[in-house]
Ligand binder design. Structure first.
Ligand code: F6R
Length: 367
């Protein structure tokens, strides 16, 4: 049932070239420069006239939502808010029939997300569900939606469902941007071409970096704390990397926007602290390089996710995990792969049950 892998988590990490392909299949035609998403078509008028899009989710799905905020605002020029379902549901938010809510949930059963949506729906908002489990409660209560097509996710720590969420969110953003006439054809085509290559690139990372990451995990498996830093499109990936590590290794880890480290977390840095930088080549690259230098100057240990061929970052960091270079908007779906593997192997080296971490349930159906 684990297909020759020791754990579901590892199996699901290695399934991602296929699951991402499945998320794209039948929806994207790079040659025709078109995206087919019947759920978006169904409420296209709502998306195009929306005051704002509110994304509601929890945990890893919330991290996918945070990236979607950056991407939708950039490509569609629609105002986006990202909300923790548990906060949104209790704080009497201002919602009108001009709001479209995108709910993101692997299980489709998360209690806080479900109730937040029910409340918003009563106030007239339109609900678009991005869900993995077919026929789940959130899928059923949504006005329109799209399935992620990741297949059943057994490992409690979400991996393939997250990359499927990112993949479909890219498609949703591109589709709305195209309908709205907000995106240049050249950028649209470039992003579609990069997306089409993501399954092959993920496979390349898994093939080329597996042993490297295993060795890095072994080296740092006794650490007491980790800091994860990223900027821009890679900031949500820093948060996700830290969450994954906490869940499967029980090591305290925090994710921060890299520039925020000066406002507090830098006090933690000493020779004991591994700092993971999500530092692929993008428009923030020079800035993140100087953040790496600041950590090195304080004797922190730097592990960096870098783009293939980035000599500067490679020389600065103590250890690197290499990913292919793609457009900065698409980069996060690749950057997260090494961080999933790193967490998995640190959990393994610490002798833990990575598939069923203590105190966690696959689906949080009580608030
Ligand atoms: C993290 C994880 C949780 C879930 C969260 C939301 O690895 O699995 O943080 O992402 O409980 O669950 P869904 O997506 O089912 O609503």
């Amino acid at each position: 049932e684990k297909g020759g892998f020791d754990h579901f988590m590892l199996k699901e990490i290695f399934e991602q070239p296929q699951t991402i392909f499945d998320s794209l299949r039948g929806r994207m035609d790079a040659e025709q420069q078109s995206i087919t998403l019947s759920g978006v078509d169904k409420i296209a008028e709502k998306f195009l006239s929306a005051n704002r899009i509110i994304i509601v989710a929890c945990g890893t799905s919330w991290h996918a939502g945070l990236l979607a905020e950056y991407v939708i605002e950039e490509l569609c020029r629609i105002n986006v808010e990202v909300e923790y379902a548990s906060e949104f549901r209790y704080r009497n938010p201002i919602i009108t029939d001009q709001d479209v809510i995108i709910a993101i949930s692997q299980s489709g059963e998360t209690a806080d997300t479900l109730v937040a949506l029910e409340n918003a729906k009563k106030q007239g908002a339109t609900i678009f569900g991005l869900v993995n489990v077919v026929g789940s409660s959130i899928a059923r209560m949504s006005d329109a939606g799209a399935y992620t097509h990741a297949g059943p996710e057994i490992g409690v720590a979400s991996t393939k469902a997250f990359t499927a969420q990112l993949t479909v969110l890219y498609l949703i953003a591109l589709k709305i941007a195209q309908l709205k006439g907000a995106i240049e054809a050249t950028l649209f085509n470039r992003l579609l071409a990069d997306l089409a290559n993501v399954p092959a690139y993920v496979k390349e990372i898994l093939d080329d970096q597996h042993a490297v990451i295993q060795a890095i995990a072994k080296k740092y498996s006794d650490a007491r704390d980790f800091l994860y830093l990223g900027r821009g499109y890679n900031f949500p990936i820093a948060l996700e990397g830290a969450l994954k590590l906490k869940e499967v290794s029980y090591i305290h880890a925090e994710g921060y926007p890299a520039a925020e480290m000066k406002h507090g977390p830098i006090a933690l840095v000493d020779e004991q602290l591994p700092v993971v930088f999500v530092a692929t080549k993008d428009s923030y690259h020079e800035k993140i390089i100087s953040n790496i230098q600041e950590i090195k100057a304080r004797k922190g240990k730097v592990i960096a996710v870098v783009s293939h061929g980035d000599i500067v970052a490679t020389e600065l960091a103590d250890d690197v995990m290499v990913v292919p270079q793609v457009h900065e908007i698409i980069a996060p779906v690749l950057s997260v792969i090494p961080l999933q593997l790193l967490s998995y192997y640190i959990g393994i080296y610490r002798g833990l049950d990575v598939d069923k971490p203590r105190n966690l349930a696959k689906s949080v159906t009580v608030e």
